[in-house]
Design a binder for this molecule. Structure first.
Ligand code: TRP
Length: 327
């Protein structure tokens, strides 16, 4: 089975990204032939800084390896290293509806927030469809906010197949379970986020251990002192879910264990578990990030594998669409 996902090299990554993203990627690679792409071409569709893009691209690549992607098993690569992505985006524009692009909620939301709305922001979903379709991916692990884009990719595949002959696999989205949602520690009714949340309530994957501990210990908890999940206890529920992500224990088992406890011991255990999970990830990250030659070598292997896997599809697209191929 082919699996493909793309991750944007923007913003500092946080515990919610780990729970709903990185952790799933590492698990997914056990299920098949997995491709993970640092989608740098997508990141130029809103205002950005070139020096920043360069750093963030390498940061994210190192983090993907540090959180468990195995370069021998999975293909981890940078989108702009494989020219087929830019080419596919142009070609698939022929089978993408202008009206449908205009109805994308992410385009409308992000467009409203920009002073300058780039054409790239509008055509962004075509680039994304090409990413997926080039690899004939059956499964696409992805955030809930990307559902509409994935539906569009399916429409593009179907329209192309109907118009030019069977070429693409129609991909399916794999969405994180509701429990995989991590909330802000200070405002536990909001999703943890580096843009919409509080800095104190956001556990960054690269926060030093003492900062992580402090953030967990100052998390808001709810009235009463019982450690249990519930709509009336969003703060405690969130901490239980975080502990469950760290240790693999079920939420139910955690509730039973802390039944008689109170918040003090519980919070301190959550803090320890977060540090225990993230410390080895941080160590691998810093090791790789400080060795650009090794990081580039790994990305070179990824790009070679991605080129080889996508080239037949790219050729089929050109061929079916009636282009004369160079001799
Ligand atoms: N648009 C996705 C996001 O912002 C990133 C992305 C680009 C992607 N290409 C992809 C995700 C292909 C899955 C498959 O999260």
């Amino acid at each position: 089975m082919r699996i493909f996902s793309g991750i944007q090299p923007t913003g500092a990554k946080h515990f919610g990204n780990y729970s709903g993203g990185f952790r799933q990627y590492a698990a997914t690679q056990e299920q098949g032939d997995a491709f993970f792409c640092v989608v740098d071409l997508h990141s130029i569709t809103v205002d950005y800084d070139p020096a920043d893009l360069r750093e963030r691209t390498l940061d994210l690549a190192a983090l993907l390896f540090a959180t468990g992607l195995d370069p021998a098993r999975s293909t981890v690569f940078v989108q702009s290293h494989v020219k087929a992505h830019a080419e596919a985006a142009w070609l698939l524009g022929a089978v993408t509806s202008y009206g449908q692009l205009g109805r994308m909620t992410q385009f409308k939301d992000k467009g409203d927030r920009q002073e300058f709305v780039s054409a790239g922001l509008f055509t962004y979903p075509i680039l994304m469809a090409g990413d997926i379709l080039l690899y004939n991916a059956q499964k696409v692990p992805i955030g809930d906010d990307q559902r509409q884009h994935l539906e569009l990719a399916r429409d593009i595949a179907e329209r192309f197949n109907a118009r030019f002959g069977e070429t693409f696999v129609v991909p399916e989205g794999v969405y994180p379970e509701v429990g995989a949602r991590v909330m802000d520690l200070q405002e536990p009714t909001k999703k943890m986020s580096t843009t919409g949340g509080t800095p104190q309530g956001t556990l960054l994957l690269l926060d030093p251990p003492d900062v992580l501990r402090k953030k967990v210990k100052s998390a808001v908890t709810d009235s009463g002192s019982e450690v249990r999940r519930g709509d009336d206890k969003p703060g405690v529920t969130n901490l239980i879910d975080i502990l469950s992500v760290c240790t693999g224990e079920t939420a139910g088992a955690i509730e039973v264990r802390y039944e008689a406890g109170g918040y003090g011991q519980f919070k301190s255990d959550v803090a320890d578990a977060v540090v225990e999970l993230l410390e080895p990830i941080q160590a691998r990250y810093h090791e790789l990030r400080s060795d650009p030659a090794e990081l580039n070598r790994l990305l070179g292997i990824g790009a070679d594998k991605a080129r080889e896997a996508s080239l037949p599809t790219l050729h089929a697209i050109y061929d079916r669409m009636g282009f004369v191929r160079p001799a």
